[in-house]
Design a protein around this ligand. Structure first.
Ligand code: HEC
Length: 109
């Protein structure tokens, strides 16, 4: 049946723009998430403090990769502060887009 063969093709065509949109990340939604989930530790400006690294101005791809590393356990932090089990890939893309829009910390000498 030709129709059956076409179903996966149509599904790919329909789903493709969705996956592209997800990869983009929505900084507005990311800001809301960041305020409740990240700012307590990393600060409103994302610059961190003596024992929390700065995340403002981070490259979004790098940021998502690190979040995924915590989620999968590939990267561990001693005190398990980075509890990102509840973050979906969309959440990660959104917070990454938001922090990318903030000014980075002054360069370390
Ligand atoms: C309970 C405090 C806490 C919260 C909440 C928290 N973080 Fe973190 N974050 C830390 C600490 C501590 C580290 C350093 C951990 C380590 O040694 O790997 C860290 C590390 C990171 C890193 C790695 C930075 C680098 O330079 O490699 C990223 C990215 C990050 N956090 C993003 C986030 C985002 C996004 C959120 C919100 C969804 C968040 N964090 C929420 C405490 C926190």
């Amino acid at each position: 049946m030709l129709l059956m063969k076409l179903i996966p093709v149509v599904a790919v065509i329909i789903l493709f723009p969705v996956s592209v949109a997800m990869a983009e990340g929505d900084p507005v939604r990311g800001k809301l998430l960041a305020e409740t989930d990240c700012a307590d530790c990393h600060g409103d400006d994302g610059l961190g403090d003596y024992d929390r690294p700065p995340i403002a101005g981070m490259n979004p791809k790098e940021h998502i990769k690190e979040l995924m590393n915590y989620k999968t356990g590939k990267r561990k932090d001693e005190n398990e502060d980075m509890d990102v089990a509840d973050l979906s890939e969309q959440d990660m893309a959104d917070v990454a887009a938001y922090y990318a829009s903030l000014p980075p910390p002054p360069q370390k000498q």
